[in-house]
Design a protein around this ligand. Structure first.
Ligand SMILES: Nc1ncnc2c1ncn2[C@@H]1O[C@H](COP(=O)(O)OP(=O)(O)OP(=O)(O)O)[C@@H](O)[C@H]1O
Length: 258
């Protein structure tokens, strides 16, 4: 079964429904037991459509990381379903889950996690090589074009700015053409100028390369680069905003008690 969701374009007209790259269905995650139990996620249902850029925001402790970890198969739900494409992750063996994560999910973290002794190109190609695959040259060229690092591909991380390093890390996450890329505060370590470079790249990856990106952020300006913002509060969805502006995001966040 293919699940679809609708969204509106920037002009406000209804767009063709697209399949969900990943989704949460009534997802619950409780940490601990008894009186000390914490309901980190309390019945979240959401679809992340293919080819869209979603930002997840919410106060500290609202469940953003928990949601991302469950949907990407890094954590296991207490109840409900986490799905990549049409696959319920709970139905997979550990080995199959590892393979699915490797083939279909990309991750970008606040720390760039590049290998310091390898060049940018070698870093980008590393996961493919470790998986025993030949990098896809045509896709690699497209990526390098969008990432705008053509003249830096022979440089090592120490010879690049933070923004350039993060663009390499994103290109690495996209190199295997994953179904979905999750970003955990990908601009959290960058100043606003280099953060903007990285967000521009993420947006181009979605618009021009039809990638699917889900990004957790605390920054309303970063969130405004997304097609929509999903707000969490106390482990539940507290609303969403299409075509966000930083001001509109701030306004909603204020309403969530921040
Ligand atoms: N391993 C754990 N054990 C116990 N409680 C946990 C664990 N992981 C998360 N929690 C709790 O679950 C709730 C949601 O945490 P989560 O990290 O998902 O929030 P968040 O919105 O990502 O927060 P932040 O913005 O501070 O990163 C919080 O109350 C947190 O303390």
């Amino acid at each position: 079964m293919t699940t679809t969701a609708t969204h509106t374009t920037t002009t406000g007209t209804a767009a063709e429904p697209r399949p969900a790259a990943a989704q949460a269905v009534d997802l619950v995650r409780v940490h601990g037991r008894g009186p000390a139990a914490v309901r980190a996620l309390d019945g979240v249902t959401v679809a992340f459509e293919e080819g869209r850029f979603t930002a997840i925001m919410g106060p500290s402790g609202s469940g953003k990381s928990t949601l991302m970890h469950l949907v990407s198969g890094l954590d296991t739900p207490t109840a409900g379903r986490a799905m990549i494409g049409d696959v319920d992750l709970a139905t997979l063996s550990d080995k199959a889950l590892t393979r699915l994560r490797r083939d279909q999910v990309g991750f970008v973290f606040q720390q760039f996690n590049l290998v310091p002794t390898l060049t940018a190109r070698e870093n980008i190609e590393l996961p493919q090589r470790l998986a025993g695959r030949r990098p896809d040259d045509a896709w690699g060229r497209e990526l390098v074009d969008v990432v705008g690092l053509g003249d830096r591909l022979g440089h090592r991380p120490s010879e690049m700015s933070g923004g350039q390093q993060q663009r390499v890390a994103i290109a690495r996450a996209l190199a295997g053409r994953p179904r979905i890329v999750f970003g955990d505060e990908p601009t959290g370590n960058l100043d606003s100028h280099t953060g903007a470079e990285v967000l521009d790249f993420l947006r181009r990856a979605v618009r021009e390369l039809d990638q699917t990106v889900v990004m957790v952020t605390h920054d309303p300006t970063a969130a405004s680069y997304a097609d929509r913002v999903l707000f969490l509060a106390d482990g539940r969805i507290a609303g969403e905003l299409a075509d966000p502006t930083p001001e509109a995001v701030l306004d909603r966040m204020a309403g969530l008690g921040r």
